[in-house]
Design a protein around this ligand. Sequence first.
Ligand SMILES: [Fe+2]
Ligand SMILES: [Fe+2]
Length: 202
Amino acid sequence: MTPQERVRLVDLVAGRVSKKRLAHTLRVETLAVRLARFWGVSQEKASVASLLHDIARDEPQSSLLELVKDTDDPLTREMAETSAPLVLHAPVGALIARRDFDVRDPEILRAIALHTTGAPHMDSLAMIVFLADYCESGRRFAGVGEVRSLLFSNLEAAMLRALSQTVAYLRQHSRAMDRHTVDATAAFARLAREDSQPLHSA
Ligand SMILES: [Fe+2]
Ligand SMILES: [Fe+2]
């Protein structure tokens, strides 16, 4: 993507989301590109996925559900049954990225689709976009510092921290939780336990 192509993409996104959302989106991109550079992931993919991650966020719930109904994408169909409808903007964002922005790269589409809930199997790009969304410089909630402190040492540990905090927050406020968030938290917790086990235990 040339700098001009990026500017064009930013303009197109600006036409579809609120000013506030655009500012958030650009902060997510800044952090995601930094993380991509650090972790040896494509900075271009991090940029495109970040710029498009909330493309459906300002769509009304009814039109999200409408788009979901017509899709043959398995992940989106699965997420359509969610108990937390807010998370739908993520898989629908991936649909819009493909339909209106001609994004064909499966890693970018998956990173967009999973940016709200996470999932048990995430590649580095998906973790980077999820964590950049969670930690961008405008975020100021309890616990964000702990996740930030892990970003450049262990992506999986940062994911576990962010997911655990999300689950705790949703429980505390009796808010609906999507199954993917629960499954992702369990998977990253398992991974952390395996990592802490000695290689040759007696
Ligand atoms: Fe989002
Ligand atoms: Fe976001």
